[in-house]
Write a protein that binds this ligand. Structure first.
Ligand SMILES: Cc1cc2nc3c(=O)[nH]c(=O)nc-3n(C[C@H](O)[C@H](O)[C@H](O)COP(=O)(O)OP(=O)(O)OC[C@H]3O[C@@H](n4cnc5c(N)ncnc54)[C@H](O)[C@@H]3O)c2cc1C
Length: 324
């Protein structure tokens, strides 16, 4: 039986959905799953309840006040110390920017290899190997690789799989007192502000994305209206943020947000690889474009060929007429 240690990320007051994906991926290795919770600011019992439902056996709480706020160096040292203590065969985190950064720090400290953004893994303990599929080149290449090391450090690409609970078990809780270098207490959180209420671009069930084809900031009004009518969010391409039509927080893609809605409606977006990387986890894609050969159209599940300035108002009229 192998031991797998998963790094927990916290989202507000709860264990993050991305971490639940990493725990779900850990179950494919058929071992004992441990979860590392950095800091004591979270309610460990609440974490143990949720983590247990996903298959975690023990939540290890790394205790040191430096760990109470996110600091990649301090969390990296905590992970190094937890690896020393638990001796896991495999160490996982979600491939978020935080997860990858902490794993990179721990790997560097331990002089171990680290493979980022994998979609699948299987372990062969006898050969000290883990077989991986990892995302390369911004999502345009899936690479099959073998990782050989005593402790294999791997991150799981965010949105690569669905987080699925197993049952109703509650994980055990164990505290580990950690001697963390006080030099890492560089980050002080003085307050928290919610940037926006309700669904975010990353979690919206439906996203209305607009690209250069929309033509101006004002022309995003129909996309806003559709998002409001159907409970979604507006996203955009980098051509749009470069033109100053929408803020960067709305950008989908490699240098924006990675989305995974039930439906992505991409209007006037060509589907360049850097945009596609952020959109490819969408369950279904509807492209509205004047060019039937645009990359987004070729990859979409559904396509409307036409001018978005005519198609979108027609869709709004249809929705409104069906609701009256
Ligand atoms: C390092 C790097 C990082 C990048 N990161 C990102 C990123 O995170 N996200 C991102 O989006 N891009 C990113 N880019 C930019 C990316 O390469 C593309 O330039 C960008 O995605 C193009 O945006 P677009 O599809 O809106 O515009 P275009 O490629 O110009 O496409 C416009 C589309 O609109 C269609 N169209 C025009 N008029 C209409 C109309 N009236 N009705 C319907 N369709 C119409 C056209 O047929 C075309 O398909 C990055 C680039 C680099 C180099």
């Amino acid at each position: 039986m192998i031991d797998i240690l998963v790094l927990a990320e916290i989202d507000g007051e709860a264990i993050s959905p991305a971490t639940l994906e990493a725990i779900t991926a850990a179950r494919a290795l058929d071992g004992t799953i441990h979860l590392l919770l950095c800091g004591s600011s979270m309610d460990a019992e609440a974490v143990a309840e949720v983590a247990g439902q996903f298959g975690v056996e023990t939540v290890h709480v790394a205790e040191n006040e430096v760990l109470d706020v996110f600091s990649p160096e301090a969390w990296g040292q905590a992970l190094e110390l937890a690896i020393d203590e638990i001796s896991p065969d495999v160490v996982l985190a979600s491939g978020t920017s935080k997860g990858n950064e902490v794993l990179a720090h721990a790997a560097a400290r331990l002089d171990l290899p680290f493979v980022a953004n994998c979609t699948q893994l299987t372990a062969d303990l006898a050969d000290h190997e883990v077989a991986l599929t990892r995302i390369q080149w911004g999502g345009s290449l899936l690479e099959e690789a073998l990782l050989t090391a005593d402790t294999r450090i791997v991150s799981i690409a965010h949105h690569a799989l669905e987080a699925e609970p197993l049952g109703t078990d509650v994980a055990d809780i164990e505290a580990i007192e950690m001697d963390i270098d006080q030099l890492y207490a560089r980050t002080h959180v003085v307050g928290r502000e919610m940037a926006e209420a309700g669904v975010t671009l990353a979690t919206a069930p439906i996203v209305f994305g607009g690209g250069r084809g929309v033509g101006s900031a004002e022309a995003f009004a129909p996309l806003e209206e559709l998002a409001q009518l159907l409970g979604g969010r507006v996203g955009c391409s980098r051509a749009v943020t470069n033109n100053g039509w929408r803020p960067h927080r709305d950008q989908v893609g490699q240098t924006g947000t990675r989305i995974a809605p039930e439906l992505y409606v991409a209007s006037g977006i060509s589907g360049a690889i850097q945009h596609w990387v952020g959109a490819m986890a969408s369950k279904k894609i509807l492209a509205i474009n004047t060019d039937p050969e645009a990359n987004m159209v070729v990859k979409a599940d559904y396509f409307v060929e036409g001018d978005l300035h005519k198609v979108l108002p027609a869709v709004i009229d249809e929705i409104k007429s069906r609701r009256t």
